[in-house]
Design a protein around this ligand. Structure first.
Ligand code: IPE
Ligand code: IPE
Ligand code: MG
Length: 232
């Protein structure tokens, strides 16, 4: 592995649930259900691959524009996961944190999420950072408003990063978007300045450890220069 290519923080845009289900003649919600199972498998795979931080995009600030039935279904699926999987997360050593504005979420989901965060806060095998009602532009504007409220007089990159949801996390090394789309859709725009990108065709419900291993292989061949020159 190249010295500068350690993969500490993997971020994934979990896309393609709807298309995966539609192709099977099923409802979009069926696809989201399969998506939750895929996330569970991915968490285990990350632990096996010694990845330390996994950020995932579960629901964007723009996803509210979908039909109410789909939005409600997704909210219920996430809250069921939070309620049912606390012990599994604890056993795996997973610490759950979130990025996004939780205030707009249904009370049931908020309660379940806060409980999961609290119960897993001392774990240190893998940090799973879940983007829920998350949008990078909203995150950046929020940071500016928090700084104004704190009457911050001058700001450098470090100060600014401290006001992002990810203040406790290093930037993602690699961002994978499932489903073949080649865009970020408002995901971690500030943090991805020097991330590497990988866009497999696989829809999220079919995502698996092999895809991560392939992504890591490709990632390790990349030359991350960070604006400098390659070491001789
Ligand atoms: C990703 O799958 C999950 C969410 C955005 C909540 P999609 O629901 O976007 O699936 P496609 O892109 O329509 O196939
Ligand atoms: C991005 O996927 C958001 C999540 C995966 C949660 P979208 O399906 O919402 O993005 P677009 O609409 O294809 O850009
Ligand atoms: Mg999509």
């Amino acid at each position: 592995m190249k010295a500068n290519n350690k993969l500490e923080h993997l971020a994934i845009i979990m896309d393609g649930n709807g298309r995966w289900a539609t192709r099977r003649g099923k409802s979009r919600l069926f696809g989201h259900k399969a998506g939750v199972e895929s996330l569970k498998r991915t968490v285990s795979a990350c632990i096996e691959l010694d990845i330390k931080i996994l950020s995932v995009f579960a629901f964007s600030t723009e996803n509210w524009s979908r039909p109410k039935e789909e939005v409600d279904g997704i909210m219920n699926l996430i809250s069921d996961f939070c309620e049912q999987d606390v012990q599994r997360c604890v056993d795996l050593g997973v610490k759950v944190v979130t990025m996004g504005d939780l205030s707009r979420l249904p009370d049931k989901l908020k309660t379940a999420l806060l409980n999961l965060i609290q119960k897993t806060k001392d774990n240190n095998k893998l940090i799973v950072n879940v983007g829920i009602n998350y949008g990078a532009r909203a995150e950046i504007v929020r940071a500016v408003n928090l700084m104004l409220a704190d009457r911050v007089k001058s700001c450098d990159e470090k100060t600014f990063a401290n006001y992002l949801y990810t203040s406790q996390l290093p930037d993602p090394d690699l961002i994978i978007r499932a489903s073949g789309e080649n865009r970020l859709s408002n995901f971690m725009l500030y943090q991805c300045a020097y991330s590497e990108f990988y866009f497999p065709k696989v829809h999220w419900p079919d995502f698996n450890k092999k895809v991560i291993q392939k992504a890591i292989k490709v990632y390790q061949k990349r030359n991350r220069r960070f604006g400098g020159l390659l070491a001789k």
